[in-house]
Design a protein around this ligand. Structure first.
Ligand SMILES: Nc1ncnc2c1ncn2[C@@H]1O[C@H](COP(=O)(O)OP(=O)(O)OP(=O)(O)O)[C@@H](O)[C@H]1O
Ligand SMILES: O=P(O)(O)OC[C@H]1O[C@H](OP(=O)(O)OP(=O)(O)O)[C@H](O)[C@@H]1O
Ligand SMILES: [Mg+2]
Length: 285
């Protein structure tokens, strides 16, 4: 039996659930407040926990695997294996000060107070730079602290930048970049390595397929070379002979979604026709 710890709420909950569904690891028996869920694979159960607690749960064996952010992995200091980047929950942990502050660089923070939800990362960051600071631990709404005399600066996450901006804060340094990671304990890797690889591959196949499309078209043989030059296939496009009165072939390829708009016009210009673009659910390499 493999137990996977997943965030029980928040912005990453829904996207993670969607990846499990797309990977075919359907959840059964999960009522709203339940902390456990069975999946269609009776060797895999899910448990729902706070993102911050997931590294410890995995390290101490309460779960074999988990999904959490690089921020919480570093903060915990846990010795676990990172198996896969989930390609979501992208944010930067930054040092920020009020817009009107005289503080311009981290050296100006010598002897000052820093509020954060990430005390361990913050202490390590400043001591690695040889700067002495007082770290004030808070459990949320960190952006308010410089405006109420609790701190001179904050170390907090930012992605869109909206929260910093509405709280009149400016970034003076970057501490780390975080995304969600699939993790596992070393013991579980040794014990259930085969099952853990199977789960990793299934989730990876969904992540690989994100932002990609399957492109199909008919191409007169005389245009084939020009069409091939335009297509960035995974391992070259697939070319098949088509039964038709004039020499024709079918070309299939996997292409990045963001290139489609430009690409189909270019392909049409060099002679491709009957172009079809279809979504891809999974890619298993
Ligand atoms: N602004 C953000 N953009 C992208 N990812 C973020 C952001 N803030 C937090 N995260 C990531 O979301 C994960 C969960 O963080 P957290 O426990 O704070 O939950 P949340 O989704 O922010 O909900 P809440 O703070 O309401 O509990 C963390 O791994 C963190 O890196
Ligand atoms: O750059 P933005 O897109 O504005 O995102 C940044 C905000 O997101 C996180 O807060 P969250 O919503 O998790 O609330 P919390 O502070 O209570 O954790 C983070 O702590 C910032 O406050
Ligand atoms: Mg949060």
């Amino acid at each position: 039996m493999v137990r996977i710890a997943l965030p029980n709420k928040g912005r990453v909950y829904e996207p993670i659930m969607n990846i499990f569904e797309q990977a075919g690891l359907h959840i059964i028996d999960h009522s709203d407040r339940s902390l456990f869920a069975k999946t269609v694979d009776d060797e895999i159960t899910l448990l729902f926990a706070r993102s911050r607690d997931i590294p410890e749960y995995v390290e101490y064996g309460a779960a074999d695997m988990g999904i959490t952010g690089v921020d919480f992995i570093h903060e915990s200091g846990c010795d676990i294996e990172v198996l896969l980047d989930m390609g979501m929950g992208r944010a930067d942990l930054v040092v920020a000060v009020p817009d009107d502050s005289d503080i311009e660089k981290i050296e100006d923070l010598e002897g000052k107070k820093i509020a954060t939800e990430f005390p361990e990362i913050t202490k390590k960051f400043f001591s690695s730079k040889g700067i002495n600071v007082h770290v004030v631990e808070v459990s949320g709404a960190t952006e308010i602290t410089p405006h109420i005399g609790v701190a001179d600066a904050i170390v907090d996450l930012t992605s869109s930048g909206t929260t910093l901006s509405i709280n009149h804060l400016k970034i003076i340094a970057h501490v780390l970049r975080t995304t969600q990671k699939l993790i596992a304990s070393k013991e579980s890797m040794a014990k259930d390595g085969r099952k853990i690889s199977e789960i990793t591959r299934a989730l990876e196949s969904v992540i690989e397929a994100k932002g990609k499309r399957y492109l199909m078209m008919n191409v007169p043989v005389s245009s084939l070379d020009m069409v091939k030059k335009k297509i960035p296939g995974m391992s070259g496009p697939t070319v098949m002979k088509v039964e038709s009165t004039s020499p024709m072939c079918a070309v299939h390829a996997v292409v990045p979604e963001k290139e489609i708009y430009k690409l189909i016009n270019e392909l049409k210009d060099v002679g491709a026709r009957d172009i079809l673009i279809v979504p891809i659910e999974r890619i298993m390499r």
